[in-house]
Design a protein around this ligand. Sequence first.
Ligand code: SAH
Length: 364
Amino acid sequence: MTELTDIIKSRIAEKGPISVGEYMHLCLNHPEHGYYTNRDPFGPDGDFVTAPEVSQMFGEMVALWLMQAWNDQGRPEKFLLVELGPGRGTLMNDILRTANTLPDFRQGADIWLVENSPAMRRKQSAVLMGQEPNWAFKVEELPEGLPMFLVANEFFDALPMHQFRYNDAGWQERLIEVGEDGKLAFTHGRPAQNEDLTEFFPMLPEHLYAEVSFQSEDIASKIGDRIAADGGAALFIDYGDWDGAGDSLQAVQNHEPVDALDHPHGEADVTAHVNFAALARAAGAARTEGCVPQGPFLQRIGIETRAGMLINATDEDEVAEEINVALNRLIHPDEMGTLFKVMGLVHRDAPQAPGFEDASLVPE
Ligand code: SAH
């Protein structure tokens, strides 16, 4: 048994069962043993590979979207270029390289990385050397009064999510206790405080959970308010469905799914699907452009053209093949193209943002 398991069990012994959200928080962000606290989990040798690690084309497309949004909102001379949870810094690095093609954008950007893991900050600082990024722990620390152009890729899935179900006893939160065999196990109890659940999860069958991430909603609402007040735009990219009904708590280790309660020792990545509808509602001060699958989004803003350019620029068949494999990985429905969704937010007065032209999932 590892130390984090012991810490979780003694907390349960002291205070009673803990919520799924508290469990996720301990697994991922415990100051000593949390998954992100000490390690670099990305890449072929890590537990999972994120889109920016698959190919530079991903960051290039994100950069194009942000630069277009900046252009559409009057090319502000100074603005914040923000990334939430930048991991290894690859995405921001690709964005900044692409931004060199638009000097007014590059020069006006005040770069901010919202990151709470010391290990990740060290990595980002090495990758972004010379670019002079600033770091913040929270969105509320970002300087006010400037437009904000923001991206968050695979950030919200790592934030604590709570699960509630509806039965004869009303809404109850799913909790984690120590079972008779000494192992962690799910249980129920604690009536949910949140009256809104019935409104947003009407007729939820008993086997499905209403998945709510209070922290994600809080962050989305702050971003929406900032965009409304100062201008700007945001792209949230993550896996999930629209409405957050289900049971999506999952753990991944060495690219394989593992039991979410069996690995609470900071060695497996514990995540959940993102409830995009809740993010859109929370960020309602800004305009949600829609929530579209990653494949069509990237295709609409030109990833295939870009792949063709990169392929034409190489004489090596192997390199060309790698580009095709990466493209497929990002856009194919059986790969990341459908499971991953892209949600765009813009200031209410901004023109329609690219990539969301016929988006159907626009909330009321
Ligand atoms: N965006 C990156 C990494 C995603 S992993 C990529 O696409 O490759 C999630 C990132 O968010 C990590 O850098 C992790 O350290 C950071 N993170 C997790 N929880 C956080 C929190 N509550 N506040 C700030 N950063 C957090």
